[in-house]
Design a protein around this ligand. Structure first.
Ligand SMILES: C[S@@+](CC[C@H](N)C(=O)[O-])C[C@H]1O[C@@H](n2cnc3c(N)ncnc32)[C@H](O)[C@@H]1O
Ligand code: SF4
Length: 385
């Protein structure tokens, strides 16, 4: 199955898999100690873009590009500029398209921020996670709070739109340290932040540490309390929560994330990159050598392609809709359900409403304040087959 050449593309994702270290919590397609392959990888990435360009809807006007990873801030300047030249030669972009790059503190070399600006990047997404250097080091993330402060200061001289990522629930971060981090963020010149709940992914070193009781995670009630405390504090600082994990100053909600939540077509390039053409989902090869060889030798590099069935589309609309603070139209969810399922679904809604976990604003179904931290369980409850 091929990406539908008629679909109007909204967004592009480019994956840069190289990392300076492999964090013990990380489940992403990210590889350390392979920097010598960067030039060959970029060649393959370019080939993938050019191959795709032979057959796609040229009326597409791209509204967002996300250079993610891995650690794209490790991409050498010449390779980054060349990649953007190719993108510009192939795609048309909206005047105010959001062009983001993920940046790890401690990886940025002098002059690099200027080169990103020159390439057309207008938004940085900086991975802070925590300011406790010892906690990060134990999790094999070699970044210091001094790196973070220097990057925020330097980046804000060049970029107006900066976002930061934090992970809540990292083992060893005290309540006070978390609160201090949020208070500090209130004084930073940033426009957006994401707070992710730590997920212990199977087969990561973190998973084995927890399993062997070598790593003790903070209790759930403490994490939830800190999450709600952060929501309130961030509101005082002018950051509005617009999704379970995302907060923005007015007008700085991420175009790219919103495209995912609205289920708009996007094309992903690179190792393990995912794509969606409006009807089907795709994923690229995840092995570096196989990905590069496939492209060099003219072979297809998609390893997964699936046309979504009606019940999958329904589940996606529920999951992606309810995560957003603005909620999801109930009619969107019930219009294609048969009578039996509709009754079952509405009964579940009723139960959750009685427990104060969801609420209605007219026809719009939303998570209640209390429901925000329990989204996973609520979706499971509502996910009728
Ligand atoms: C693709 S990752 C990494 C981007 C960049 N390399 C970095 O580490 O800053 C994007 C974000 O996912 C989040 N993340 C990674 N592993 C996670 C985990 N196990 N649980 C929750 N969030 C995680 C981190 O906040 C990270 O910034
Ligand atoms: S630097 Fe980012 S992408 Fe790389 S291993 Fe760490 S969390 Fe994963």
């Amino acid at each position: 199955m091929q990406f539908c050449s008629k679909s109007l593309l909204n967004s592009l994702y480019l994956h840069w898999p190289f990392c300076p270290y492999k964090c013990h919590f990380c489940p992403f397609v990210a590889i350390a100690s392979h920097d010598q392959f960067m030039p060959d990888y970029q060649k393959a990435l370019k080939k993938e873009i050019l191959d795709f360009a032979k057959n796609f809807n040229k009326e597409s006007s791209i509204k967002s590009v996300f250079l993610g990873g891995g650690t794209p801030s490790t991409c050498p300047n010449n390779l980054l500029l060349d990649t953007f030249d190719i993108l510009n030669s192939v795609f048309s972009f909206e005047k105010n398209a959001e062009i983001s790059i993920e940046v790890n503190p401690g990886t940025v070399k002098p002059g690099q921020l200027e080169v990103w600006k020159l390439a057309g990047i207008n938004r940085l997404s900086i991975g802070i996670q925590s300011l406790n250097d010892d906690v990060l080091k134990k999790l094999n993330r070699h970044q210091t709070s001094a790196d973070v402060f220097a990057l925020i200061e330097n980046a804000s001289k060049i970029f107006e739109n900066i976002s930061v990522d934090l992970i809540i629930g990292l083992p060893g971060v005290t309540e006070q340290e978390w609160k201090d981090l949020i208070l500090k963020i209130g004084s930073w010149p940033i426009k957006h932040l994401s707070i992710y709940f730590l997920t212990v992914h199977e087969d990561t070193p973190l998973y084995f540490g927890v399993k062997k009781n070598k790593i003790i995670l903070p209790p759930d009630n403490q994490i939830i309390e800190l999450y709600y405390w952060s929501i309130n504090k961030l509101k005082e600082f002018g950051f509005n929560q617009y999704e379970i994990s995302n907060f923005a100053k007015q007008g700085y909600e991420s175009t790219h994330n919103s495209a995912y939540w609205k289920r708009l077509p996007y094309k992903g390039f690179g190792l393990g990159a995912c794509s969606f053409d409006g009807q089907s989902r795709f994923q690229n090869e995840k092995n570096l050598m196989t990905y590069m060889n496939n492209l060099n030798e003219g072979r297809e590099t998609t390893i997964f392609a699936e046309k979504l069935e009606i019940h999958q589309i329904w589940l996606e609309k529920l999951m992606l809709g309810i995560r957003q603070i603005k909620g999801v139209e109930i009619n969107e969810l019930i219009q294609n359900l048969n009578e039996e399922k509709k009754i079952k679904f509405l009964n579940k809604i009723n139960d959750l409403q009685k427990q104060n976990l969801i609420s209605f604003d007219g026809d719009v179904l939303k998570l209640s304040h209390q429901g925000l931290a329990l989204e996973n369980q609520i979706v499971l409850e509502l996910a009728i087959n």
